[in-house]
Ligand binder design. Structure first.
Ligand SMILES: [Zn+2]
Length: 197
């Protein structure tokens, strides 16, 4: 099955297997990719406001283009200043800024680490997060292993595996499937908040 460089703007699928309720199910991938490329090509020329972007995008602006822009903004590939100016982050900026999550629920997971009762969800979410921001599997594995150690999660116990490396390696399928992080992260944050309350 072919994989695509850009995720579906609605369900984040990168293959033709969309989520059941995805509104772009059946949309040809060439159109999805063109919507992204149109946006990125304008923003590569420099920051501009949304109105300018709509006008200068080579293709016609429709719901797919709007959804692609929203996706790029939500995934923090495009930053939106208070003044409404959209700016494409450089690859380096993106990796730096986004690999340290600043928004909830990922911020709590990242800073406080996992606690017994949510290890599965927390590790799943961290791996899915790093996949989303574009880290390779070796980078992801290293970051998640360090996170398990540095946040004290590993010392809190509750793992079946004997090392953090073994644990993370067993979750490689999460990275490969490109699952979303939000649901698992939200569930894990609830448990972490209770633990520290
Ligand atoms: Zn979809």
């Amino acid at each position: 099955m072919p994989h695509f460089d850009y995720p579906c703007p609605d369900c984040r699928a990168t293959t033709s297997l969309h989520d059941a309720d995805c509104r772009f199910e059946g949309t040809p991938w060439v159109e999805v990719e063109r919507a992204y490329v149109d946006i990125v090509s304008v923003l590569t020329g420099g920051p501009c406001d949304e109105e300018t972007l709509r006008q200068e995008a080579p293709g016609e602006w429709g719901p797919l283009q709007q959804a692609a822009l929203d996706r790029l903004t939500r995934d923090e590939r495009v930053s939106e200043a208070n003044s409404g100016v959209l700016r494409l982050l450089t690859a380096e900026e993106f990796r730096e800024e986004v690999s340290e999550p600043t928004r909830e629920p990922m911020r709590t997971l990242y800073l406080k680490g996992s606690v017994p009762g949510c290890h599965d969800n927390a590790v799943f979410a961290m791996i899915a997060w790093y996949e989303m921001v574009g880290l390779s599997w070796p980078e992801t594995r290293e970051n998640v292993v360090n996170w398990l150690r540095e946040t004290g999660a590993w010392d809190r116990g509750g793992f079946e595996e004997t090392t953090p490396q073994e644990l993370v390696e067993k979750k490689r399928h999460v990275y490969e499937a490109g699952y979303g992080w939000k649901e698992k992260a939200t569930a894990a944050k609830r448990v972490i908040d209770r633990y520290h309350a």
